[in-house]
Ligand binder design. Structure first.
Ligand code: EPU
Length: 347
C-alpha cells in the first residue's frame, strides 16, 4: 500500500444520493449513494486516501452504455473524466497514441481517422468512453480494440499503485478482459496507448461492411468510417431516440461437436468462424427464431431491426428490463439448449 495522506471528502468531486438517469443509456431511473468524478490521477489517489474508500460496493462507470441497474446503487460509483490525447512516439509504419480514459470513444476514433491513423475506423460510432473500450474489448465489423492496444495504464484501488498492462496481460477475449473478470472494479483505467498504422491495410472483409463500401468510389479511412456509421444507424437505435445498451447478449461460442449437434436439429443455423478460430453463433438469429423479434411487453422490447438490442420505450425499471431478457434466455435455452450470456453488466 502506498502511503496516502488522509484526504477530506470536501476536496473531492462527490455527489451524494444522486440520480443515475442521465448516466446510463438504458435511462433507468435509479440513484447512487455516492458519485465521485475523478479527473486526474491525483483525484484517484485522493479517493483512496479518503473515508469513502471504505465504502462497498464500488464500481467504475464510464459512459454508462453497457450497464443495467436493477435498483438503487448503495455504494460508490467512480467516474473517470480524465482528458488528453498525445502522440508518444512514431516510426515509419506506426504511431503510438496515449489517450486518457475519460475521452469520448467516437470523438477519438474520428480524430484518428482525420489524422490518417488506421486501426480503429471499424469501431466508429460506438457509444462510451476510451477507458471502457478494453474492459469489454469492444468489437464490430471484424475488428476488436485489442488489435490496436499496446498498453493499458491503471491504478490499483486497493494499493494505490499504478500498473501498466501489456496487451497480453490484458487477457483479451471476445467481449472480455482481465478488467471484466479477475480485476473487475479493482483497477481504474487511466490511460491507453494505441498502436495505429500509417500504412493502411484495411479490414473490410465483414460482409455487410464490404457490401456498403462497394457503393463508395474508393476504400479509404474516411469512407470506412462513413460506411460503418451508415450501417450502424440503419440497424441500431440511437440512444437519444430509444434508450438501449447495444447488444444485450454475447454471441454464443460453441465447439465443433456442439455445432454438429445443433446442425442436426437446425441445419440452417448460421455460424461464423472468428479470427481466433472460435465458432460463433448468432444470438440475434437464435432470438429471432424463438419469436422474439420486435416483441414488446409494457415498456420493454426487442428492437425491430435487431433483436439482440433491448430497448426501453420509456419509464421501464431495471428489473422490468431484466425480467424481459430472462424470458428471452429461457426461450433460447428451451429451444436450442444454449445459454445466452449477457454482454451488458447487470448491477
Ligand atoms: N441476424 C438475424 N436477425 C436479425 C439481425 C441479425 O438473424 O434481425 C443474424 C444474421 O445471421 C446476421 C448475424 O445475426 O448475419 C450478425 O448480425 P450483425 O452483423 O448485426 O452482428 P451481431 O452479431 O448482431 C455483433 C456485435 C455488435 C457489432 C456487430 C457488427 C456482439 C454481441 N455484438 O452483433 O456489437 O456492432 O456484431 O460487427 O458481438 C455491441 O456489442 O453492443 C454491439 C452492437
Amino acid at each position: 500500500m502506498l502511503f496516502l495522506p488522509h484526504v477530506p471528502v470536501q476536496m473531492m468531486n462527490v455527489r451524494e444520493n444522486t440520480s443515475l438517469l442521465a448516466l446510463n443509456t438504458f435511462r433507468v431511473d435509479v440513484n447512487t449513494r455516492y458519485h465521485i468524478e475523478v479527473s486526474d490521477v491525483q483525484d484517484i489517489r485522493n479517493f483512496i486516501g479518503s473515508e469513502l474508500h471504505a465504502i462497498q460496493p464500488r464500481m467504475i462507470l464510464g459512459g454508462g452504455s453497457n450497464v443495467l441497474f436493477t435498483g438503487d446503487y448503495n455504494g460508490c460509483i467512480l467516474h473517470p473524466s480524465i482528458k488528453g490525447i498525445e502522440k508518444t512516439s512514431e516510426d515509419k509504419g506506426s504511431v503510438m497514441i496515449r489517450t486518457a480514459a475519460g475521452e469520448n470513444w467516437d470523438d477519438f476514433v474520428r480524430y484518428c481517422v482525420e489524422n490518417g491513423w488506421c486501426g480503429l475506423e471499424n469501431l466508429s460510432n460506438i457509444p462510451g468512453t476510451v477507458g471502457a473500450s478494453p474492459v469489454q474489448n469492444i468489437g464490430a465489423y471484424g475488428s476488436e480494440v485489442r488489435d490496436s492496444i499496446e498498453t493499458v495504464e491503471a491504478i490499483d484501488l486497493e494499493t494505490g499503485r499504478t500498473r501498466v498492462f501489456s496487451n497480453r496481460q490484458c487477457r483479451f477475449a471476445y467481449r472480455n478482459s482481465i478488467f471484466k473478470s479477475e480485476l473487475k472494479n479493482r483497477m481504474i483505467i487511466t490511460h491507453i496507448t494505441f498502436r495505429l498504422k500509417k500504412d493502411h491495410n484495411f479490414n473490410t472483409s465483414y460482409r455487410e461492411l464490404n457490401k456498403e463500401l462497394s457503393l463508395y468510389p474508393e476504400t479509404n479511412l474516411g469512407n470506412i468510417r462513413d460506411a460503418v456509421i451508415t450501417i450502424r444507424k440503419r440497424k441500431l437505435p440511437e440512444v437519444e431516440a430509444l434508450a438501449n445498451a447495444g447488444s444485450f447478449f454475447k454471441n454464443p461460442l460453441v465447439d465443433q461437436t456442439g455445432l454438429d449437434s445443433l446442425k442436426r436439429s437446425h441445419p440452417e443455423i448460421p455460424f461464423f468462424k472468428d479470427a481466433y478460430g472460435s465458432i460463433k453463433l448468432s444470438a440475434a438469429w437464435l432470438i429471432e427464431r424463438c419469436g422474439w423479434k420486435d416483441r414488446r411487453i409494457r415498456n420493454v422490447g426487442t428492437y425491430k431491426l435487431q433483436p439482440l438490442v433491448i430497448v426501453n420505450y420509456g419509464g421501464a425499471s431495471g428489473s422490468e428490463i431484466l425480467e424481459f431478457t430472462q424470458k428471452i434466455q429461457r426461450s433460447v435455452q428451451d429451444h436450442f439448449d444454449i445459454v445466452l450470456e449477457t454482454e451488458v453488466n447487470i448491477i
